[in-house]
Write a protein that binds this ligand. Structure first.
Ligand code: NDP
Ligand code: A1CAB
Length: 256
């Protein structure tokens, strides 16, 4: 069984922990400052909990996934004893490979921007694997990440925008889902049912786009009957600037 350590068991760290736990394929380790919240997660997801990088290195993990706050990730990595031969996967947004390489020049390192659906093995994981990483390590990293969702390989200069769409995207979609549900409640649906209809619809629409590989604009046209109800709604979205609002949100989030 491969040993996977997650450093920083917060929102993203616990989502990855849950996703890996669900596969029953990994021996899991978590490293975090003492926190009763994390004690509870260690019981829930059956991982060994340690509180220092030295204790973590002593457990000889095959992979170390960094999900600490981005600003402290370099400092945390500096505490990893040089004896560790673990492959490092950094999820810290905005911390470059050059910066990581400088701290551990001999280590095998990859960068990812995952998203919270990794918790149910349905993530989107923008992934940068340096060209000089050996093929065996590249394959091992991709196999691990594939257990968490779709692995989308990109160049490092594309990681930020790919990660913004994939990583921040769930929050944007959640705002949209909540607004749809509000409209349902406004028109007489119960909140639970409105939430269920909105989420089921987005799941179906996304699955249709993925499975048919059809551009969203063409899928939209299939819904808009001539002179029908949908095109009136689409015209209203355009009048109110939804498209511009979405592009602006992605640009705002992508400004590091
Ligand atoms: N949330 C998301 O959807 C995504 C997040 N990321 C990246 O993941 C990282 C974490 O983000 P997020 O999960 O949202 O943040 P959180 O604040 O939820 O999680 C951070 C975790 O790191 C722990 N921590 C703090 N200091 C240390 C330390 N010195 N050593 C070890 N662990 C420490 C915190 O512990 P405690 O709570 O006890 O202080 C907490 O459990 C960031 O780098 C972010 O860029 C990337 C893609 C998506
Ligand atoms: O909000 C953040 O900074 C992180 C990075 C991508 C998603 N969440």
């Amino acid at each position: 069984m491969k040993k996977v350590a997650i450093v920083g068991v917060g929102q993203m760290g616990s989502a990855i922990m849950e996703g890996l736990f669900r596969t029953k394929k990994y021996d899991l380790i978590g490293e975090n400052p003492v926190n009763p919240r994390v004690d509870q997660l260690a019981e829930q997801f059956n991982f060994k909990l340690v509180h220092s990088m030295t204790d973590l290195a002593n457990l000889k993990p095959d992979f170390i996934i960094l999900t600490t706050p981005a600003k402290i990730t370099s400092a945390v990595l500096k505490d990893l004893p040089a004896t560790s031969s673990a492959t490092i996967i950094s999820a810290a947004a905005g911390i470059s490979m050059a910066e990581l390489d400088q701290i551990l020049p001999e280590a095998k390192i990859a960068r990812i921007i995952p998203n919270t659906p990794v918790a149910i093995n349905a993530g989107t994981i923008a992934t940068y694997l340096p060209e000089d990483l050996d093929e065996t390590s590249k394959t091992a990293i991709k196999e691990l990440l594939a257990d968490l969702g779709d692995v989308i390989e990109v160049k490092e200069e594309q990681l930020s925008i790919a990660g913004t769409i994939g990583g921040c995207g769930p929050a944007f979609v959640d705002v949209f889902l909540d607004a749809l549900a509000d409209a349902g409640v406004l028109n007489g649906l119960k909140r639970d049912q409105a939430n269920q209809i909105a989420a089921s619809m987005v799941k179906g629409a996304a699955t249709l786009a993925l499975e048919t590989k059809t551009a969203p604009a063409l899928l939209r046209d299939q819904v808009c009957s001539p002179g029908g109800t949908t095109i009136k709604g689409v015209a209203s979205l355009e009048k109110n600037g939804l498209r511009h609002a979405v592009i602006d949100a992605v640009n705002a989030a992508n400004e590091n």
